[in-house]
Ligand binder design. Structure first.
Ligand SMILES: CC(C)(COP(=O)(O)OP(=O)(O)OC[C@H]1O[C@@H](n2cnc3c(N)ncnc32)[C@H](O)[C@@H]1OP(=O)(O)O)[C@@H](O)C(=O)NCCC(=O)NCCS
Length: 176
């Protein structure tokens, strides 16, 4: 299952991903745990509607005070979706504390193969293309897997703080 010699890329969701997204959502939900990026959780069995929602977030339409963000799937050369990442276009008073520039997750069945490290690496390259030179990444203090992914990609811990639910989070900066 693990084959990091393949080619991988980030690509925005498209109509052709409908079946794959259905499968991803069901498997992830059955597995339980964090579904990250949060935009995945907005899927509600209507793929067309979800795609519109993703497009709105990309354009900053109907998102209230939130910061626009762009969602990408991580795919291999066969087009299998291995995970997803969402890139926030800038920091505001909320995500500078918790959330940062980037959220990512690997589908439960593909974890432990190095894809977590890979998806953050590819996300940092995209952020750099967007003109962001210093990336803020945050994660729950108890999320050891994510901490390892961040440190592997050059994360430097700035501090530990608490989110609005009182959960301890670590804040890291990475020079792109
Ligand atoms: C965190 C996550 C992205 C890691 O993905 P992954 O593909 O398993 O990561 P990798 O295979 O690249 O592993 C990176 C390192 O973390 C370790 N690791 C992964 N999951 C772990 C876990 N649950 N507990 C402890 N260590 C873990 C790996 O062993 C590896 O360690 P190493 O560098 O010493 O070899 C994945 O577990 C996930 O999607 N979690 C749910 C969403 C989430 O928490 N996203 C991050 C939000 S900030």
């Amino acid at each position: 299952m693990c084959n990091l010699k393949e080619q991988y890329y980030l690509i925005e969701p498209a109509m052709e991903d409908e079946e794959a997204m259905k499968l991803l959502f069901t498997k992830w939900k059955d597995f339980g745990g964090r579904m990250n990026p949060g935009l995945l959780k907005r899927y509600n069995n209507d793929y067309r509607k979800w795609l519109q929602c993703i497009e709105d977030w990309h354009k900053g339409v109907n998102i209230g005070e939130n910061v626009p963000q762009t969602l990408f799937f991580l795919k291999n050369r066969e087009g299998t979706i291995l995970g997803a990442t969402s890139l926030r276009h800038y920091l505001n008073h909320t995500n500078i504390v918790d959330g940062g520039h980037v959220a990512y997750g690997i589908c439960p069945q593909y974890r432990g193969c190095g894809y977590g490290k890979l998806i953050l690496d590819l996300a940092l390259k995209k952020l750099s293309e967007m003109g962001i030179e210093k990336t803020l990444v945050t994660c729950d203090t108890d999320n050891i897997g994510s901490q390892k992914v961040i440190l592997y990609n050059g994360g430097v811990l700035e501090n530990q703080t608490y989110d609005e639910d009182g959960i301890s989070i670590n804040r890291y900066w990475i020079d792109n």
